[in-house]
Design a protein around this ligand. Sequence first.
Ligand SMILES: Nc1ncnc2c1ncn2[C@@H]1O[C@H](COP(=O)(O)OP(=O)(O)OP(=O)(O)O)[C@@H](O)[C@H]1O
Length: 132
Amino acid sequence: MNSDYKDKRIRKNSQLSSFRLAISGILTAIKQERNVKIHLVISIFVIVLGIINDLSKQEWLFIAFCIGLVISLELINTAIERVVDLVTDKYHPLAKEAKDIAAGAVFVAAILSVIVGGIIFIPKIVEAITGG
Ligand SMILES: Nc1ncnc2c1ncn2[C@@H]1O[C@H](COP(=O)(O)OP(=O)(O)OP(=O)(O)O)[C@@H](O)[C@H]1O
């Protein structure tokens, strides 16, 4: 890494707090990554569904944890994709493994979220339909 880049980075960091840089990173991912947008839309939908169904505090904790976990892992997945693309634009088995494993992490969290969402919402939906 050349020193010119380091100088620029130090200057930038003094202008923007790390908090603002993190927000900027999240906004970049939202703008550029379709999957991040999809996760956000699903999260908003689940939050609205939770409000309509008047979830308990405990249920909200599980939902909040799942939403945070999926979005965080999607951001890390995006970062890993960027680093891999920075390192090579050629086909490399390790590049494939890195991207696929990072995508696998998001998939595991998404499956967990579907299970948690199902446990919380399916009985409520069944109850609403059957009127029980
Ligand atoms: N340099 C590479 N070498 C080998 N395989 C690669 C490389 N880059 C990408 N791939 C393979 O292609 C798949 C898609 O990668 P790509 O970066 O094009 O899309 P993506 O950004 O991971 O997709 P999405 O954003 O929709 O999750 C990866 O999961 C990986 O299997």
